[in-house]
Write a protein that binds this ligand. Structure first.
Ligand code: ADP
Ligand code: MG
Ligand code: MG
Ligand code: MG
Length: 404
């Protein structure tokens, strides 16, 4: 600290990015680079840097000192670039094939130089198009089990773990989640964003005291439960895929939080995609097949996650209580309950909160979009309120099928 917070920082341009990549000796001739900014530009720049002669390329992702949302702009810590770099490096210790390789971190410029994954597509886009990814469940289950187990008290010594908690203190990004996922959608708050025709359904949700009472518990868990280093933003826009490769990107929201949050956010985005296929897949047979595939991804991810996490628990568990009869069962029982609850919160916030998903928002037919958003609200509420009764992963898929 000391001095002013952002000393030496300046936003990069397609002209100045070369200064960041030149010292890395990655390219044959840095005077021959083609550079394009390809990010969405709300929080970060993403520069694609390619050398046509060699075909070599890199990505430079830089945090901006502010966030732009609906025309407004507020300051946002550059420290999230450090968090993102560190979280990617941490994940690479356990699952190097499932994250982009980090070549360089520049803390002064708040940027990460990483592997170019332009041969992959964003999972959300692929799923909207009805693409099937046969390895997705296996890969995400592995990512979750390995990263979450190895950063938790089940594996780290209590002293190491607290040091890790400290290294990943991420209050400003957590505040965004606390507000946008757990609070604003459940109250009449100005950040909310939904069509007028949904007003009565949204008001019913705001007036549902049981729903709010249950959501309060989930928010409290997010605020207080430093269980493992979670990704914190594991929606389908943070996953890059090909037919046989999966890469998790964008962990700038990483912090020590509840393990169930990552799993629940992933499942919620699959559930939203499921609903969206009532529009995106007009042929009923194709639609059913694809929707069932999505539910299989949920079930297989959970099963494989549980199997791997359990294997790690049995072979690498560090706490004496982990061998006591029933302790592991209790852990997974609570984990599924919380996963389903967090999934419910994510489904609701992506429907009426500030940040929507293209799965539903890209639906051109207004009436269909409305009907599906209404279903999403029902699904989210049911998941939050009935999570204790949904004691098997198949209960989650049955609930999604039932609401739809
Ligand atoms: P943000 O935090 O602003 O959402 P992301 O890390 O999600 O930034 O990146 C935004 C977009 O930039 C991605 O959707 C993808 O299109 C592109 N992108 C990000 N990282 C890479 C990469 N390693 N390789 C290729 N494209 C990338
Ligand atoms: Mg983005
Ligand atoms: Mg991000
Ligand atoms: Mg992103």
């Amino acid at each position: 600290m000391g001095g002013h917070a952002n000393a030496g920082y300046h936003p990069l341009t397609t002209e100045t990015v070369v200064q960041v990549v030149a010292p890395l000796n990655h390219f044959a001739d840095v005077n021959q680079l083609e550079i394009k900014e390809i990010g969405d530009g709300n929080l970060n720049y993403v520069f694609h840097v390619v050398e046509p002669a060699t075909g070599k390329s890199l990505i430079v992702k830089q945090a901006l000192p502010y966030a732009k949302v609906v025309g407004e702009s507020w300051p946002l810590t550059l420290d999230r670039a450090r968090i993102e770099s560190e979280a990617l490096r941490r994940a690479a210790e356990y699952v190097p094939a499932l994250v982009p390789k980090v070549h360089h971190t520049d803390e002064r410029l708040a940027c990460t130089v990483m592997e170019d994954l332009s041969d992959h597509v964003i999972l959300r886009k692929g799923l909207i198009q009805g693409q099937v990814y046969p390895k997705l469940a296996e890969h995400i289950a592995t990512f979750l089990a390995q990263t979450l187990f190895h950063t938790s008290d089940f594996f780290l010594s209590p002293l190491d773990k607290k040091e890790q908690v400290r290294a990943f203190i991420n209050p400003e990004l957590c505040k965004i989640t606390e507000d946008l996922v757990f609070t604003d959608p459940f109250f009449n708050h100005e950040t909310n964003d939904f069509p007028e025709a949904l007003q009565s359904s949204v008001e019913a949700l705001w007036n549902d005291l049981e729903l709010k009472r249950e959501t309060a518990k989930l928010k409290h868990a997010f605020l207080t439960r430093a269980e493992a280093l979670v990704h914190g933003d594991l929606h389908t826009g943070s996953i890059f895929v090909t037919a046989d490769s999966t890469k998790v990107i964008d962990p700038e929201f990483a912090y020590y939080g509840p393990i169930a949050f990552d799993i629940g956010q992933f499942f919620a985005n699959l559930a939203l995609n499921y609903l969206s296929h009532f529009h995106h897949s007009p042929d009923p047979q194709q639609r059913r097949t694809f929707q069932e595939y999505l539910l299989e991804v949920i079930e297989e991810t959970w099963a494989r996650f549980k199997e791997q996490f359990s294997q790690l628990w049995q072979t690498k568990g560090q706490d004496v209580y982990m061998q006591v009869a029933g302790v592991e069962d209790d852990f997974f029982e609570r984990l599924l309950e919380d996963t389903i609850g967090f999934a419910g919160c994510e489904v609701i916030r992506r429907t009426i909160g500030l940040a929507h998903v293209a799965d539903l928002d890209s639906i051109s037919d207004e009436e269909t979009q409305l009907r599906l958003k209404d279903k999403a609200l029902t699904l989210g509420s049911v998941l939050i309120k009935q999570r204790r009764q949904l004691t098997r992963i198949t209960h989650l898929s049955e609930t999604i099928r039932g609401v739809a």
